[in-house]
Structures are given as C-alpha cells and as structure tokens.
Design a protein around this ligand. Structure first.
Ligand code: PGA
Ligand code: ZN
Length: 423
C-alpha cells in the first residue's frame, strides 16, 4: 500500500482553551490525514503521560511544544518510508521507540496523535469509511464484531472538576432506551437537555455550562441534581424506565481524601461502607442504569462488593480504576471488580493497545463504553472508532457545544450510511 512520506505536528487549542497537539500524516500517494489528541481534567494516576511544558510559562505551563518537537524531530522521521498497510505495526514501532511503560519519554499525547493520523490515512488510502477500517483493525487483534451503533450517555449536568464547584459527582447522565435508534435517542435527549435548562432557569439556578456542555448549576446536593433530571424529564413526553434511564459518573477519586469521601449530601465524611449505603439508596430510588467510578481508583474491595451485589441490574463502569490499561483490566476481570470499561485511547496512548484492551474486556463479557475527554477538539475520530469496535455505549458529553456535537453528528451520518447500505 502507500508509504509514509512525512509526519508533522502543531500546537492547537482544545475546548477548554488549553493547548493540545495536532498531527498530520502525509502518504506518498498524496493523502494527508490530520488528528488531534484529547485531554482529561479529572485524570487518573494510571494513565499514559500527557507531556506538557510545565517549566515554560507559556499557557501557564500547559504548552505542548515539547510533544510537538518529539513528533517533528524524532517519532515522525522514524516512521518515514513505513507502509501503512498495517497501522498496528506502526503503533508497535512507536511503543518501541518510546520504550517506557506509560509513554513518558515522548508523551502519550504525541504518540496518540500519530497513531490516529496513521489509521485515518490508511482508511483514506483504501477508500474505506473510517469505521469500517477500524472494524478490520479490531479483527486483526482478534476482536471480531459487527459494526454497531452505540447508545449514547448524555452528560446533562457537570459537577466535580468539570463544573462550577458545588456538586461533587462529576456527571449526571440521561440515556435513551437502547431499543431506540441513535437518531431518535439523540432527539429525545436533546429535548430533555432543553427542558433541564428551562427547569434550572425557573428555579433561579445558574444554567451556564461546564467542560462537557452539561449545565453547571448551583444546587445544594448531588441528589438535588438527580431530582432536577427527574423533574425535567417529567415535563417532556418521555418516561424514565421506558424511554430514558439515568446514570452517573461519580469520579469518586476527586473527592476521596485520607480514606474518606466528602460530599455535600452528608454532614460528615463517609467511609466505604457508608458510601455503599448511599449508592444503594440512589440505585433503588432512581433505578440507576449505569454508575462509573463509584469508588476511588485503588478501592478494589468496595468495587468488588458493589459488583457482587448489583451486577445483574447495574452497569458498573471502570474509568480511573482501569485507565484503559491491560494490567489493570486483567486484575479487575480476575477480581470481578466491575462489569464494564470506559475506553479512552489517550489513557493508553495507541490505537493498537486500545483495541487489545477492548478485546480483553469483550472476552470477559463486559460492556464497552467508548469515551471522549473533557478537553476535546472537533476531531470526530472517536465516533468512527466506537462504531468500528462495536461499542455498546458512547460518552461524548451533552448534546450541545461544538466539540461534543461534532461526535454526535458524526454518529448521525454513520447511522444514515449504514441504513442506506442495508437498503
Ligand atoms: P476527564 O473526564 O476527561 O476529565 O477525565 C471524563 C471522565 O471522567 O469520564
Ligand atoms: Zn469518568
């Protein structure tokens, strides 16, 4: 097939106004593909290293010029001349050149931007839709799956490190019934999103938005935020438990300190047992369908207990717990710590490694939730990736804000294409 002629990178801005890296891959057949790396705010400590120029005052120490240099001077030149017939071999080479466990030498952000750009360039060369090409790469690592339109988890209210500071839980989700097609699910939840905005305005609550486009209101407790979702859904034609369901990304790491969880719903900090009781109440009262990161990233025992008690009725998703990392995933499978994984390619750093982690999770019969990060660009690669690997769910934020709807709109296009081919 085509060979890599040149690879170059630049510093651009993400949706939070922070720099990120954008990389272009040019092939000898003239094709140029461009990709950027997303970036997390509430990052777990087991993620690949995101290289930032912390000693340089530009962008308050958040510049990515070192990562850009690493692509332009070291990683890119090392790949010139390689055939893109198998992008997974190129990922292998990148891992080898970096040589560290967590991409610390050249940066996970630098490496992932190349990895995605190469996959895009290869798909373009083959004249395949990107999702079809990803599906073939998945099958090359043994992950044989049909293309699948995922069910979206819409992040309607932003708390934790993504919000205005007074909600401890990070994300409050509304999820359309998976029997709905994507287009109808998007419509119902966009209507609910507007209804939540009206409800908050009526209450005199702040209804500006947080990092992921969900409202960041000044409510008293986390349970209040769930109540706002319930009330707002009631004022639409949709019914909880029939048309839509509720979910949470607690991101419990962000309020876990000295062995305790401190949240505004309770007057004093809670230990794991009290936190578990609190979750039991929420799960029963609101018939929660999904909960992500209910405990801190090393709280294995509590994860196991929750999964033991609720895995038949609740999707329990590991994000910071697993960090899209094969070693963490293996431990969680052996110990029965959760029944679903959040897939974020930049937590591990290459597409090849991400596919292998998804294969492990699938073999364990886990659900796959493919996710954006709180810092995003308009790159919609993750939407094609989600369909190509047969994800059950996707999490791309609220149905609002350009960098979020870029992904949802791409799923609309993919659903249209897939239904067209079926005719
Ligand atoms: P992050 O948040 O991108 O800031 O890590 C997303 C998540 O926790 O799921
Ligand atoms: Zn999360």
């Amino acid at each position: 097939m085509a060979k890599i002629k040149s690879i170059w990178a630049r510093e651009i801005l993400d949706s939070r106004g922070l720099p990120t890296i954008e990389t272009a891959c040019q092939l000898d057949n003239g094709i140029i593909a461009i990709a950027s790396s997303p970036s997390g705010t509430s990052t777990g400590s087991y993620e690949a290293l995101e290289l930032r120029d912390s000693n340089n005052p530009r962008y308050l120490g958040n510049g990515v010029l070192k990562a850009v240099d690493n692509v332009n001077k070291i990683l890119g030149p090392a790949l010139v001349g390689m055939d893109v017939a198998n992008p997974l071999l190129i990922d292998h080479k990148l891992i080898e050149i970096d040589g560290t466990e967590n991409k610390a030498k050249y940066g996970g952000n630098a490496i992932l931007s190349i990895s995605i750009a190469v996959v895009k360039a290869a798909a373009m060369s083959m004249h395949y839709p990107l999702y079809t090409y990803v599906n073939q790469l998945a099958s090359a690592v043994g992950l044989k799956t049909p293309l699948r339109m995922p069910t979206p988890l819409f992040n309607m209210i932003n708390g934790g490190m993504h919000g205005a500071g007074n909600l401890d839980f990070q994300e409050f989700h509304v999820i359309p019934a998976s029997s709905k097609n994507f287009t109808d699910g998007l419509q119902s939840c966009a209507e609910i999103y507007l209804s939540i905005g009206q409800n908050l305005a009526r209450r005199g609550a702040i209804h500006s938005v947080g990092n992921e486009g969900g409202y960041a209101p000044n409510l008293f407790t986390n349970a209040d935020a769930i109540e706002v979702l319930v009330e707002s859904i009631k004022s639409t034609t949709y019914q909880i438990g029939r048309d839509v369901f509720l979910g949470l990304d607690v991101a419990a790491n962000s309020f876990f300190k000295n062995g305790e969880y401190t949240i505004r719903d309770k007057s004093s900090p809670m230990d794991d047992v009290q936190m578990m009781e609190f979750y039991k109440q929420l799960i029963e009262q609101y018939k929660l369908a999904i909960i992500e990161d209910p405990f801190e990233q090393d709280g294995w025992e509590s994860w196991k207990k929750l999964t033991n008690s609720f895995s038949s009725q609740l999707i329990i998703v590991g994000d910071d717990l697993l960090a899209t990392n094969p070693k963490r995933v293996e431990k969680a499978i052996t110990e029965g710590a959760c029944n679903a994984i959040l897939i974020k390619p930049n937590q591990i750093g290459t597409i090849w490694e991400t596919l292998k982690v998804i294969k492990m999770a699938r073999d364990a019969k886990w659900r796959i939730v493919t996710s954006h990060r709180s810092g995003e660009t308009n790159d919609s690669f993750i939407a094609d990736f989600a369909v190509g690997v047969g994800s059950d769910y996707v999490k791309f934020g609220a149905p609002a804000r350009g960098e979020r709807v870029a992904k949802y709109n791409r799923l609309l296009a993919i659903e249209y294409e897939l239904s067209y081919y079926k005719k």
